[in-house]
Design a protein around this ligand. Structure first.
Ligand SMILES: Nc1ncnc2c1ncn2[C@@H]1O[C@H](COP(=O)(O)OP(=O)(O)OP(=O)(O)O)[C@@H](O)[C@H]1O
Ligand SMILES: [Mg+2]
Length: 308
């Protein structure tokens, strides 16, 4: 089974108004709640593409319960750990008259030591873990080293571990040698502490990470597509030109597509192909909406794969 982890999930409220009014009441035209967070996105993409996964993470309060219910209704299995704080709510506000969108993002609750202990126990008790996907930032109150410790827990279960995070959490977790990381080009450049521009620059730095024990590096490069550097192969995938609406969640879709294909025993080139098609299909949808299966299937044969 594939398990995804979202330590700081959110209940997104997508609110549509005609026009924002100063010193007068602005009426809401529609309000739609979404279960959000990077690991949750991965689980939703896997579901959309016909697979199954279990979403793990920390949720609290009524918003946390609603988030879980939304996922269950969407066909995603969950095994969340309850916390005493409230799951955060992000407001995505669309002002139709001006065709503008605002995203107001909350920090999320502080997690206490008991809660992180319960979560860790929950992960340790899982028996059928084939994949462990660790995505997104680490909440307040939790050590940036947590991903490292989860990687060790996953390794004891012989799981294939994918890490998609940034900054200190990424830097610290590398020593624990996840099976795969999925940085975008900016995250990889921050890790390298220099601007990685050319493909040979990227591959040169990936080789250093291979030497440190990370066998697969999936570098996402926006419309330039994907580059997978593994210890044996270097595979490049370029998406067909599409009309892009919002690329939010495209990276999570890459992770979902890659892991789903990998769990089905596909070769690396086919894994990268599905990853690229899922990312590109998500870039075609508005706001935080993720890919639709029809678009992924339509894009799949148009992805150009080459080896470097
Ligand atoms: N403008 C675009 N045109 C075509 N494909 C795109 C575009 N933007 C993203 N993609 C596809 O989605 C993949 C992931 O995009 P990107 O590199 O922006 O990820 P990311 O920065 O990690 O995103 P996020 O973390 O917001 O989910 C790309 O490798 C590509 O396959
Ligand atoms: Mg990303």
């Amino acid at each position: 089974m594939i398990y995804t982890v979202t330590l700081n999930p959110a209940l997104d409220r997508y609110i549509v108004v005609e026009r924002l009014l100063m010193e007068d009441t602005t009426r809401i035209l529609s309000e739609t709640p979404y279960a959000a967070g990077k690991g949750i996105d991965v689980s939703r993409v896997i579901r959309e593409l016909g697979g199954q996964s279990v979403a793990l993470g920390l949720v609290g309060g009524f918003d946390g319960m609603q988030l879980e219910g939304l996922l269950i209704n969407a066909g995603v299995m969950t095994d969340f750990t309850m916390i005493s704080g409230e799951t955060r709510t992000n407001i995505i506000l669309r002002e139709q008259a001006k065709n503008r969108q605002y995203a107001i993002s909350a920090a999320g609750p502080e997690i206490n030591a008991t809660e992180i202990g319960l979560f860790y126990q929950n992960v340790n008790q899982i028996r059928n873990m084939d994949y462990l996907i660790l995505s997104g930032s680490i909440p307040r109150g939790v050590t940036p080293n947590l991903y490292g410790q989860l990687i060790l827990a996953g390794k004891k279960k012989n799981a294939f571990i994918v890490l998609d995070t940034d900054g200190k959490a990424l830097h610290e977790a590398l020593d624990y040698q996840p099976s795969c990381i999925k940085p975008n080009i900016y995250e990889l450049s921050r890790l390298a502490q220099r601007d990685l521009q050319t493909e040979s620059d990227i591959i040169g730095f990936c080789e250093r990470l291979h030497d440190k024990g990370i066998p697969n590096i999936l570098v996402s490069r926006g419309k330039a597509g994907l580059l997978l550097s593994s210890t044996e192969q270097k595979i490049k995938a370029v998406a067909p030109p599409v009309e892009v609406d919002s690329a939010v969640g495209a990276g999570d879709s890459v992770v979902g597509g890659f892991v789903l294909a990998h769990s089905r025993g596909k070769d690396l080139a086919d894994c990268v192909r599905l990853a690229c098609a899922a990312g590109t299909a998500t870039a075609q949808t508005p706001g935080t909406e993720l890919c639709h299966r029809v678009d992924v299937e339509d894009t799949l044969p148009k992805v150009q794969i080459s080896t470097l």
